[in-house]
Design a protein around this ligand. Structure first.
Ligand code: FDA
Length: 307
């Protein structure tokens, strides 16, 4: 029952101030967010790619409150893309973005987010890679899917994320699978009400398998975003059953979680993409990682007490 409490805290400014200022926080944060600047993250990118892994890069940040912050987010991604150009990684390093960091929740936010994210998608395409739009809470999704559709007119490789815990997702998956999109399927990381989302783990897992079936049988490119060994095995089985080759789908996991499994899947010949977050505004991302596994929270609290 700790998960929902931590997710509520992830949206509290008071908790943000308390946790961000705690002396030991950084050590624990580093496990999931291994750098604050582009200079710090480049060696991590080089290390992971040298081990046969692919990346999707996330400059952490969300729920910004001014248009200037949205422009700063855009510029942070453009700076990253400049560095990726020098590394010549092409699609081995793509970008993940949260539209709330690009101004989606501000006045006129839909247009603002589209205007800010477009240059990032253009710059990514210019170096031979692409962008995936992360899925945030359910109130933001109609706007996210509309922006995805708009971007795909010029950049068909632009991806998006769908969340198995939402009732709407099977319909979204059918639409996206039919139009050939790149789609990352995840369980879902936000606190959602029972009117819109499954609440029980076994229901979410069953929904994940149903949606995975739709994506695997469809015309798009499924990206399986999960660390769950059962779901990974089911994905392999489904891919085999529908005749998808190894380059016709991929696995994705978060940096710092089940790292051995990243390497195992890559060694088996799978495309394995590691979602690698960096930056200073790490609070929301970090709290969602704590909520997913209460043992992380116990470790975090113990390290604070033992200091
Ligand atoms: P589950 O939570 O059942 O975990 C399976 C096993 O993985 C656990 O038993 C544990 O061993 C390990 N594990 C999982 N989380 C852990 C953690 N935090 N710390 C330590 N071990 C952990 N969500 C969203 O709403 N929108 C999005 O855009 C994205 N994007 C995204 C990208 C990628 C590449 C991934 C992998 C995940 C996301 N997510 C996301 C997060 C996702 O919704 C979900 O919260 C996490 O992936 C955890 O769910 P699992 O499928 O891993 O299963």
């Amino acid at each position: 029952m700790l998960g929902p409490v931590i997710l509520a805290a992830s949206r509290s400014d008071r908790m943000r101030r308390l946790i961000s200022a705690a002396p030991v926080t950084k050590q624990v944060v580093d496990r999931f967010i291994p750098g604050e600047t582009v200079d710090e993250i480049v060696p991590i990118i080089q290390d992971l790619t040298s081990r046969g892994l692919e990346l999707t890069m996330d400059v952490v940040g969300e729920d910004i409150t001014t248009p200037e912050q949205a422009e700063a987010a855009r510029d942070a991604y453009l700076q990253l893309i400049d560095r990726l150009k020098e590394l010549e990684l092409g699609t081995r390093a793509e970008m993940s973005v949260k539209l709330s960091m690009f101004g989606q929740a501000l006045d006129g936010g839909h247009e603002l987010a589209l205007a800010n994210v477009r240059p990032v998608v253009e710059a990514a395409a210019a170096i031979g890679t692409t962008v995936t739009l992360d899925a945030e809470d359910h109130t933001t999704l109609d706007s996210m899917f509309a922006i995805h559709e708009e971007l795909r007119k010029d950049f068909p490789q632009t991806g998006c994320v769908i969340q198995a815990y939402l009732f709407r997702t099977e319909d979204d998956a059918r639409r996206l699978a039919a139009n050939g999109s790149r789609v990352r399927l995840v369980k879902g990381a936000y606190k959602e009400p029972a009117e819109v989302a499954y609440q029980q783990k076994h229901e979410i897992d069953k929904a994940y398998v149903r949606v995975l079936g739709i994506l695997m049988e469809g015309a798009g490119y499924p990206m399986i975003g999960s660390h769950d060994p059962r779901l990974i095995a089911i994905a392999q089985e489904l891919a085999h059953r529908v005749g998808r080759k190894l380059d016709e789908y991929e696995f994705q996991m978060l940096y710092g979680i089940r790292s051995d499994e990243h390497l195992r899947l890559a060694a088996e010949g799978h495309r394995m993409r590691v979602y690698t977050a960096y930056g200073t505004d790490w609070y929301g991302y970090f709290m969602r990682r704590l909520a997913e596994k209460p043992a992380n929270l116990r470790f975090f609290l113990r390290s604070m007490v033992s200091k």
